[in-house]
Design a protein around this ligand. Structure first.
Ligand SMILES: NC(=O)c1ccc[n+]([C@@H]2O[C@H](COP(=O)([O-])OP(=O)(O)OC[C@H]3O[C@@H](n4cnc5c(N)ncnc54)[C@H](O)[C@@H]3O)[C@@H](O)[C@H]2O)c1
Length: 443
């Protein structure tokens, strides 16, 4: 395999994983970020984010001399040029957060283009790996204004919590460009992975990413609605999803009901596609309903908790002490961005509840947590002390193996509202803990 000189701009979940994995595949990679503190930590081998296998890959990459870190995109290009191997491919992995009105905010992408456009080597390819709306490749080429530089869309599909595994074992690689040579050069970087590769035009590649994420969000909203219906009709959602999941046209994944979907991608990507649809006069009602169903789901969780704690649909949660298990948006990550757990916590707090939380990836002193919203404990048994209910909000497997008899002893009222249907209700019954799930029939 031909080792390439690669720049990766942005060292978050996508950029750092991309950089460390490409280095492990034999490429020479310089990763850049504007956050100097992050770069200093990365240079010491500390990946900053929690992802299985990432620290090892970063350490190995540094030791092999194939992976290094620079402050700023221009410095990454300069480092490669100084080695006599100018960047052949530059990945943009910067944030594209939800902007005003739900539109994707491309200011970080544009800032990197502005910073690098004059120094990109001739023949180099700029790759948008960030999730960007259809048309961004065209816009990138306009802003670059460099006929000698290629532009390619190569959306990323890794999941936080299994980022390294997903990058190295992708279901598919998508590469889109009007410039076939540039597209083939980017596809070749992944050749050793042996994944199916979709070579297409840039607009279709950009659309694939949104179409995939919005479909996943729709699947989750659908199953949350089915769970609610199961409750009203005395059916059991676990059996229902098992029954439909065996159908290969549907599949078993993304069929677990929960407190609502969230994270750094699905909320912004659903809103961005809705905005794009509006901009071309397409009323995407299915996507609108997907988002609305999700927003309603947070309130539905609060309604369930209210009923369980007070015995009434309109009971007051004022000064009721509630313990939360899980704050991250899903298990296996320390990411709190747009976490449904925090949305549910905010609604509970608005209703007057007093909240204490435990999450294995969040310290008691974590500066990301607003202490006025929820106090964090480093010990689940301490979090449960005097609580009138424990609410499971993130599907951390370790919650299943807590000593539930000990949890029950701590609690004022031994009661669990399990918004992930995570716990073994037989274990809870034996521990004399009342259990309320989502869409489950009474056992
Ligand atoms: N997180 C995911 O699971 C995931 C999966 C697929 C795609 N994506 C997409 O990938 C993109 C990046 O997501 P992420 O989760 O890795 O973001 P992130 O917030 O974890 O990381 C982005 C990094 O870019 C840096 N940055 C910002 N502006 C910069 C600049 N001008 N120059 C250099 N560095 C800069 C930030 O400091 C940060 O370290 C987004 O478009 C996202 O939608 C994310």
């Amino acid at each position: 395999m031909f080792a390439r000189a690669v720049g990766v701009i942005g060292t978050g979940y996508v950029g750092l994983t991309t950089g460390a994995c490409l280095a492990s595949l034999g490429h020479r990679v310089v990763c850049a970020d504007i956050d100097e503190n992050k770069i200093n930590r990365l240079r010491q081998g500390d990946p900053v984010i929690r992802e299985d296998g990432l620290a090892e890959l970063v350490t190995e990459g540094i030791a092999s001399g194939r992976l290094s870190f620079a402050v700023g995109a221009a410095a990454a290009l300069a480092e490669l040029a100084a080695e006599g191997t100018p960047a052949e491919v530059v990945f943009l992995c910067v944030p594209t957060p939800m902007g005003v009105g739900g539109v994707a905010d491309l200011s970080a992408v544009e800032a990197v283009i502005e910073e690098t456009r004059a120094t990109l080597p001739t023949g180099c390819v700029v790759v948008n790996k960030s999730t960007v709306p259809v048309g961004t490749s065209v816009r990138t080429a306009e802003l670059l204004d460099r006929a000698d530089v290629g532009v390619v869309s190569n959306p990323e599909f890794l999941r936080e919590g299994s980022a390294v595994h997903d990058f190295l074992h992708p279901d598919r690689i998508v590469v889109g460009s009007e410039q076939q040579d540039a597209a083939e050069r980017v596809a070749a970087l992944y050749a050793r992975l042996g994944a199916p590769t979709v070579l297409t035009d840039a607009a279709s590649a950009e659309m694939i990413k949104y179409a995939a994420n919005c479909f996943l969000a729709m699947k989750l909203s659908y199953v949350n609605a089915i769970a609610e219906l199961c409750e009203r009709l005395d059916a059991d959602v676990t059996d229902v999803t098992e029954g439909i999941g065996y159908d290969r046209r549907i599949g078993q994944s993304f069929l677990s009901p929960g407190p609502g979907w969230g994270g750094s991608c699905l909320p912004k990507d659903t809103h961005a596609l809705l905005q794009v649809s509006d901009s071309v006069d397409f009323e995407f009602r299915l996507l609108r309903a997907t988002i609305d169903t999700n927003i309603r789901q947070y309130q539905r969780m609060v309604d369930k908790i209210r009923l369980a704690v007070t015995g009434r649909r309109t009971g007051s949660l004022s000064r009721r002490r509630i313990a939360l298990l899980g704050l991250t948006f899903k298990a296996g990550t320390d990411d709190l961005r747009n976490s449904p757990a925090l949305d549910v916590a905010a609604l509970l707090r608005q209703a007057g509840a007093e909240l204490v939380a435990y999450d294995p990836a969040v310290d008691a002193s974590d500066p990301r947590i607003d202490q006025n919203l929820v106090l964090v404990s480093d010990d689940p048994y301490v979090a449960a002390k005097n609580a009138e209910a424990v609410v499971v909000l993130t599907e951390w497997p370790e919650f299943r193996t807590l000593d539930w008899s000990r949890m029950a002893e701590q609690m004022d009222t031994p009661r669990v509202i399990d918004t992930r249907n995570l716990l073994d209700r037989d274990v809870l019954r034996r521990s004399a803990v009342e259990w309320v799930g989502l869409g489950r029939r009474a056992a």
